[in-house]
Design a protein around this ligand. Structure first.
Ligand SMILES: *Cc1c(COP(=O)(O)O)cnc(C)c1O
Length: 389
């Protein structure tokens, strides 16, 4: 359990820069060291030492885990080898016979985790439009143990009202899990809004440079913390020390990057809206987005992710690959602007009929707006989509 009061005289932004302990307690090193070791020497037989074996604990990982818990306002953090390993650890809180209510346009990999593995383990899953609180309420059953929301969702940018969902989950004693990958604790802190567990694919904004894979889980009570700790050490999914360090380094600039991602995304969403080849723009920061008000209420920003549809599907190939700077690649949240085709990339494992129902069609393109100057990104987009009048 962390000391939630750590650095409490200072802003969240300063906490991002300083980490949890920040320095190496042994040497004072200002860059927290990479404890590249698998095991630790025991001083004596039966001695009670904090670290015994890196699968169960490592000082660099511990620094990262305490830091993310501090940023999310939880009691404990846990670092995993990927975002999906983090999701797996949270699913491992469930037992056969349990029921889960989950966002319908969930990340494709989570969909595959459910359909290829977890349904066969006897856990029931119901998909729902997570923005529709009444629809969620209607799905609650005696065995509902978890409500799981990605918000905003990927790639359709639907928004869950976290507080309203917690009012459903709390009385029935179910976990409310929020995947906070898209907004990060800089823009959204789900635990303060009533969530029990926060998940991150830290591969994205938290690491921020498209150079490492990582997942994080933050919880806010001792019982869940003990269980996730046991799961992490038992499933063997903990994050390696070097990657923990990359993440600690990446998070130092989280505020600067998130501000720039958002500033750029607002400009680009406006530009796309006025482009003759674009049919529709999905961005939570546009006042006409159906969840603009909820977003303003529960978040301090809109982030840097947006999707749009083209009017003409014949333009798709060029609109994905025809740039000098913007790269056609999976993933999101790094310094570089990436463009993605959800239908064949991130959501390839989602059945066609489900994709169509959600709006993930052959004309849908997702943009992870990077931190290059917005003018340059727009110039590159113009070269393919044409200039606005
Ligand atoms: C990428 C992503 C994941 C999976 O994370 P990995 O690090 O790729 O394993 C989960 N949720 C969301 C919202 C994501 O974008």
């Amino acid at each position: 359990m962390i000391d939630k009061k750590k650095m409490s005289d200072f802003s969240l932004e300063s906490k991002f820069v300083h980490g949890y302990d920040g320095i190496d307690p042994l040497t004072g090193a200002v860059s927290f060291p990479i404890y590249q070791t698998s095991t630790y020497k025991n001083p004596a037989l039966g001695s009670d030492i904090k670290y015994t074996y890196t699968r169960s604990g490592n000082p660099t990982r511990n620094e990262l885990e305490c830091a993310i818990a501090l940023y999310e306002g939880g009691t404990d953090g846990f670092a995993f080898s990927t975002g999906l390993a983090a999701v797996l650890s949270v699913f491992s809180l469930l037992k056969s016979g349990d029921h889960v209510i989950i966002s319908d346009d969930i990340y494709g990999g989570v969909h595959r985790l459910i359909e290829e593995l977890w349904r066969d383990y006897g856990v029931e899953f119901d998909y729902v439009d997570i923005g529709d609180v009444d629809a969620v309420k209607k799905l609650v059953k005696k065995n509902t143990k978890m409500i799981y929301a990605e918000t905003p969702t990927n790639p359709m940018m639907k928004v869950a009202d976290i507080k309203a969902l917690s009012e459903i989950s709390k009385p029935i004693g179910a976990y409310l899990v929020v995947d906070n990958t898209f907004l990060t604790p800089y823009f959204q802190r789900p635990i303060e809004l009533g969530a029990d567990i926060v998940i991150h694919s830290a591969t994205k904004y938290l690491a921020g440079h498209h150079d490492t894979m990582a997942g994080l889980v933050v919880v806010n009570d001792e019982k869940t913390a003990d269980r996730i700790k046991l799961i992490q050490k038992t499933e063997g999914t903990g994050l390696a020390p070097f990657d923990c360090w990359l993440l600690l380094r990446g998070m130092k600039t989280l505020e600067l990057r998130m501000k720039r991602h958002e500033e750029n995304a607002i400009k680009i969403a406006e530009w796309l809206k006025n482009n003759k080849n674009v049919e529709k723009v999905y961005f939570v920061g546009l006042p006409e987005h159906p969840s603009y008000e909820v977003t303003k209420r529960q978040c301090s920003g809109f982030g840097g992710m947006l999707s749009f549809t083209l009017k003409d599907e014949k333009m798709v190939e060029k609109a994905l690959c025809g740039y000098k700077m913007i790269m056609f690649a999976e993933s999101l949240g790094g310094a570089t602007t990436l463009i993605t085709y959800p239908m064949t990339q991130t959501h390839n494992s989602v059945p066609e009929e489900v994709r169509n129902k959600l709006g993930i069609t052959n004309k849908l393109i997702r943009l992870s707006v990077g931190i290059e100057p917005a003018e340059d990104i727009i110039k590159d987009l113009e070269s393919v989509l044409g200039k606005n009048e």
